[in-house]
Design a binder for this molecule. Structure first.
Ligand code: PAF
Length: 293
């Protein structure tokens, strides 16, 4: 094997780290920029696009795989959330990531949630949409993400636009707490039939997979309606409700994508968001779309 080939092979080698001490040691020896892709594992093509971008734009790409218990409510899917570290690592290695950080819960939290220092985003940003039905969720997200930023010393962190409220809140946290890193928003990756990729799609029955297509359909139709110049918010929501009649709709909302304030009527700044549950497995699915003319 010639030297270049060997070097490439060596560089492909992924390190799987499960503890903070080793992670810190490893990070001390990294040269160049560090990019982070925070995940809860069960990686799919949406994560792949984040990891590939992170590898392209940084000298070192770190992927964290941690099912963060403090962002789950008591009756949520923490226990059944898919865990598949081996195949996750395979994907990370194929993409060219340097490190997968996959700590156990005790490594990240020595105390119960009630007894931890948490980061709580502004009430106005959490008392709406996903935050309304998932109290404490965004405190858990911000707290773990802040820890990961500190631990990895990343200069860039990559987040998918599918979790639009999460992305907005994390950007705000970075601004408010002066974290020295750039948040890189990444486009939603969809199946050919337009279903937004999500680790939770694994829960769906065959029938629910078909019903779930109505979520993206409602969003795409909403954009078409908006483009006619005559559609009101009411008309857009009524059309979506019709399409989503076999799902349990939690919210359909329009927000201003620059402020995340609810909108009375759509405009070129509109982000439309939907959350709904499937009828059999009660899987909670979210998706969103930006309005453009
Ligand atoms: O989006 C997710 O997968 C999680 O909320 C995150 C950002 C990895 C924090 O646990």
């Amino acid at each position: 094997m010639n030297a270049t080939k060997w070097k490439m092979k060596k560089e492909k080698k992924l390190k799987l780290i499960d503890n903070i001490k080793e992670l810190k040691e490893e990070i001390k020896h990294l040269r160049g920029t560090i990019g982070l892709v925070p995940t809860m594992g069960a990686l799919h093509a949406g994560h792949r696009s984040l990891i590939e971008r992170c590898v392209r734009e940084n000298d070192n790409a770190i992927v964290s795989v941690f099912v963060n218990p403090i962002q789950f409510g008591v009756n949520e899917d923490l226990d059944k959330y898919p865990r598949q570290l081996n195949s996750d690592c395979q994907m990370c290695e194929q993409c060219g990531a340097k490190i997968v950080f996959a700590p156990k819960v005790q490594e990240m939290y020595s105390n119960k949630k009630d007894d931890l220092t948490l980061i709580c985003p502004p009430y106005s940003l959490v008392d709406m949409l996903c935050g309304k039905s998932r109290p404490g969720h965004f405190d858990g997200v911000c707290s773990v993400v802040a820890k990961l930023f500190n631990l990895t010393k990343a200069q860039r962190a990559y987040f998918g636009k599918k979790d639009a409220q999460q992305l907005f809140i994390i950007k705000r946290m970075v601004q408010d707490l002066n974290f020295d890193l750039e948040i890189v928003p990444c486009e939603i990756v969809r199946e050919e039939n337009n279903l937004a990729l999500s680790s939770r799609n694994k829960y769906l029955t065959e029938q629910e997979k078909i019903l779930a297509l109505n979520i993206s359909k409602a969003l795409f139709e909403a954009v078409k309606l908006y483009k006619t110049n005559t559609a009101t918010k009411r008309a857009i929501i009524d059309n979506s409700l019709k399409l989503l009649e076999d799902l349990d709709v939690e919210y359909i909302e329009l927000v201003d994508k620059t402020t995340f304030e609810l909108q009375q009527e759509p405009n070129d700044n509109t982000l439309m968001l939907i959350a709904s549950r499937t009828p059999q497995t009660k899987t909670r699915l979210i998706d969103n779309i930006e309005f453009v003319k």
